[in-house]
Design a protein around this ligand. Structure first.
Ligand code: ZN
Length: 311
């Protein structure tokens, strides 16, 4: 962090640590990491928000995202989380913190200077703890934090109990992948390099796995990799075989189209290069689509309870 931000922290008595900062700023408990060398730069603020205040703050943050350099915004009943882009300078972050407190002071249903969970005062309370929820640091009633943690754990236990619905999910994945394959085939007919279709195959398979009631678990990753790669490879082979057999019919040659394709690839360097490059490019894109799917599943699977701490 630069001079401007250090002076801001000092002037407001906010602690700065190696990995970030946290402290009370005009009734809002702020925390975050704004180091330009960090891969995840973010600012959080803890404030109790009633339902209508969640919506107003979300709207306000979205409207101001470009001004202050936010990449992503999350608002919950106990505060907000903004991830910062490279555009967020120290000056902008200081200006943002001032503006967001001004906004919250006039926002119906937002309670500053209180326990972010229940909205009641922390003044004179015995059991006040500094706690952390997924990187957002703040002071709260210990009891409120404990019941929040218990609710999160209960949700996670309920998710573990849910059936995997692997058969239904796999059916969805196959249908989704087939849609992608048909798209690949159509584009191939008009002579397009069908990389978009390869990505669409992974997207559609993941989408329909969810829609068919498959659980968002590790098995989803395995099945979708298998289904999309096999079906797309099969579609590519089928397209080439159809081409070869129609060419064979034209010149009146009989026999196996597969054997002919192998022979053609052996004899014709140009054809071999074209088939191989199409295959490699399509597989690269199916891998790209599947990596995206894998990251999404793993991210949503990350246990929330592991982000809960008492300091
Ligand atoms: Zn409370």
């Amino acid at each position: 962090m630069g001079k401007v931000f250090r002076e801001f922290l000092l002037a407001n008595n906010i602690t700065s640590e190696r990995s970030g900062f946290s402290g009370l700023y005009r009734g809002l408990y702020i925390s975050g990491n704004i180091s330009v060398f960090s891969s995840s730069r973010y600012v959080t603020g803890a404030v109790h928000l009633a339902q209508e205040a969640i919506v107003s703050l979300q709207t306000w943050l979205q409207n101001n995202a470009r001004t202050y350099g936010f990449q992503g915004i999350e608002v919950t009943s106990y505060g907000f989380y903004c991830s910062l882009s490279a555009m967020a300078t120290d000056q902008k972050i200081v200006a943002f913190l001032g503006a967001v407190v001004d906004f919250l002071n006039n926002c119906q249903g937002a309670t500053l200077n209180a326990c972010p969970f229940c909205g009641e005062s922390l003044e004179g309370e015995m059991n006040v703890r500094l706690v952390g929820v997924n990187g957002c640091k703040f002071r709260a009633h210990e009891q409120c934090f404990d019941s929040y943690a218990a609710a999160v754990q209960k949700d996670e236990a309920a998710f573990r109990q849910e059936p995997t619905n692997a058969a239904r999910g796999a059916l969805g994945a196959v249908i989704g992948a087939l849609v992608g394959c048909v798209l690949w085939w159509l584009l191939y007919q008009i002579g397009f390099i069908a990389v978009i279709a390869a990505i669409a195959t992974a997207f559609a398979a993941a989408f329909l796995w969810d829609k068919f009631g498959g659980k968002n678990c590790k098995l989803k990753i395995v099945i979708i990799w298998l289904v999309t790669t096999l079906l797309l490879a099969g579609t590519m082979l089928l397209c080439y075989l159809l081409d070869v057999s129609s060419a064979m019919a034209e010149v009146g040659v009989t026999g196996s189209a597969f054997d002919m394709l192998i022979q053609l690839m052996r004899d014709d360097a140009e054809l071999r290069a074209a088939v191989l490059s199409d295959t490699v490019v399509s597989l690269i894109f199916i891998v790209a689509g599947n990596v995206w799917m894998t990251v999404n599943v793993l991210r949503s699977q990350k246990k929330q309870s592991s982000g809960l701490v008492k300091y």
